[in-house]
Design a protein around this ligand. Structure first.
Ligand SMILES: C[S@@+](CC[C@H](N)C(=O)[O-])C[C@H]1O[C@@H](n2cnc3c(N)ncnc32)[C@H](O)[C@@H]1O
Length: 276
């Protein structure tokens, strides 16, 4: 869990999308600053480029930046509601298209047609079976010197820790003060709906099984001190990007977001004032 069906129910029907997903950027002080301070430094070696495929764009929180960085953009999401919203939002971008998929395959993309595949804050909710299907599609659609940058779950590394916490959680749920005290001490923690079957190491093995090469992984914390997420970079063996896997564990990812809040307050808040 979460399954493809649960993701479909959550994002196509249950979630209100009132703020178009930008509410998830509040820890960074806003979406502009999160893009500039956290995402762009991690993708700049790969853009601008020819064709970008964004997996699971939601309401287009990252599409609004990616569309300007390519000749052709394809956004693919299992929620038709998201695809409809993006089609409307980016109607004036003629080189951008949005397609609904089944949550595992990419039939709208041709053989070796994608230069850069990107996904942030979406595949963290995808279990290993879904990731394996997408990696096998990636092996078909990635251009010879294409590259993929995929944010996924590492929750599986903390599986037994989270299982042990379940009892404390059940008790704490009834006593709010106890809940915040345990949270502060890291004795209970949110899973943030991360996929339990995924780890960074498993992802790297799965890329190899798909005939691809995992060339970089940043294992990061999310919403607390545990490193429950990972951003992996995947290329074709023998391509210009290929090299032995470089792994870093970064426990300061959330601090980076907190620091970005001051960038947002002092500098990003002045954006647009000088333009006319
Ligand atoms: C939390 S939202 C994030 C959206 C966007 N990436 C952002 O950061 O604003 C998760 C998105 O992933 C999509 N999604 C979840 N599982 C998916 C899957 N297996 N295939 C395609 N889209 C998926 C959902 O429909 C939803 O749009």
């Amino acid at each position: 869990m979460p399954s493809v069906e649960e993701n479909e129910a959550q994002w196509n029907r249950n979630y209100d999308w009132e703020a178009a997903g930008e509410e998830w950027s509040s820890h960074w002080g806003g979406v502009q600053t999160q893009w500039q301070a956290t995402l762009l430094p991690r993708i700049w070696p790969f853009v601008p480029t020819g064709t970008i495929c964004e997996l699971a764009p939601g309401y287009g929180r990252w599409s609004q930046f990616l569309i300007g960085l390519c000749d052709r953009y394809v956004g693919v999401d299992l929620a038709s509601r998201c695809v409809d919203a993006c089609r409307e939002r980016f109607a004036s971008s003629e080189h951008a298209t949005f397609e609904v998929n089944d949550g595992t395959s990419l039939p709208m993309l041709g053989h070796e047609s994608v230069d850069f595949m990107f996904s942030f804050d979406s595949l963290v909710h995808a279990e290993a079976d879904v990731i394996a299907r997408y990696l096998s599609e990636l092996a078909r659609v990635l251009a010879p010197n294409g590259i993929a940058w995929l944010h996924h779950s590492n929750l599986g590394e903390f599986r037994s820790e989270f299982r042990r916490m379940r009892h404390a959680e059940a008790v704490a749920r009834r006593v709010t003060i106890l809940q915040s005290a345990l949270q502060k001490r890291g004795l209970i923690g949110s899973r943030h709906w991360r996929a339990e079957s995924m780890t960074a190491a498993r992802f790297a093995e799965m890329t190899f099984d798909a005939g691809l090469s995992c060339v970089g992984q940043e294992v990061v914390n999310w919403g607390g001190s545990r490193l429950i997420d990972c951003i992996s970079v995947v290329a074709r063996p023998g391509s210009v990007w290929d090299r032995p896997l470089e792994v870093r564990r970064n426990p300061n990812f959330m601090d980076e977001g907190a620091s970005a809040q001051s960038i947002a307050a002092v500098f990003t808040s002045l954006m647009g004032r000088g333009s006319g």
